[in-house]
Design a protein around this ligand. Structure first.
Ligand code: AMP
Length: 190
């Protein structure tokens, strides 16, 4: 079972790349952002709670996010492996993910990070905001807050996986196809 954490700041291209990689490597794709947006669309209690954080560009609290992620994984244990997109985003989440994998006699094979300059992230997200309809893509202030949440709470996870020799950085700038090839080479090497 290959379990991949696709990592990087907002706008790095995790969602775009996960779409290609899930088909290529037959992995079950879990985007925590997509699960939250699905819940918001359907006005579930989880959606209502998540929306208040997401619209400001803040992270949703760990307990809520971890419980949701655990449930999605447990419902899909017959898959060939997982590609986590947007999870973990905090130290608590990374520890919870390790625990969940261990419970299922599995492990995270690699964290693969898409490395992209901040200016490129901001312009990509503002561009996406023209069509995505996402409140959190709509203003530069909210986008900056998402990037700042990433540096405050998420970027440290590089150390978490580096210590386990599971961290791989990939240049996330260039054409979508070239970046898919870079990511694929890492996955094939695992
Ligand atoms: P994304 O679609 O990955 O850009 O996530 C959009 C928003 O959903 C984030 O800005 C957070 O508010 C929330 N979110 C997604 N994943 C997580 C997570 N692992 N932990 C906390 N909040 C999350």
């Amino acid at each position: 079972m290959k379990n991949i954490v696709l990592f990087g700041p907002p706008g790095a291209g995790k969602g775009t790349q996960a779409e290609f990689l899930k088909t290529k490597f037959n992995l079950f794709h879990i985007s925590t952002g997509d699960v939250f947006r699905f819940n918001i669309k359907n006005s579930t209690p989880l959606g209502l709670l998540a929306k208040s954080f997401m619209d400001k560009g803040d992270l949703v609290p760990d307990e809520v996010t971890i419980n949701m992620l655990n449930e999605v994984v447990r419902n899909n244990l017959d898959s060939n492996g997982f590609i986590f997109d947007g999870f973990p985003r905090t130290n608590n989440q990374a520890e919870a993910l390790d625990k969940l994998m261990a419970e299922n006699d599995s492990t995270i094979s690699a964290m693969i990070a898409l490395e992209v300059d901040d200016e490129v992230l901001i312009s990509r997200l503002l561009e996406r905001g023209k069509t995505s309809g996402r409140v959190d893509d709509s203003t530069k202030d909210i986008i900056q807050n998402r990037i700042s949440e990433y540096y405050k709470k998420t970027a440290i996870l590089k150390n978490f996986y580096t210590k386990k020799n599971r961290y791989f950085g990939v240049n996330g700038e260039g054409s979508v196809k070239v970046i898919t090839d870079r990511l694929s080479s890492v996955i094939e090497s695992l």
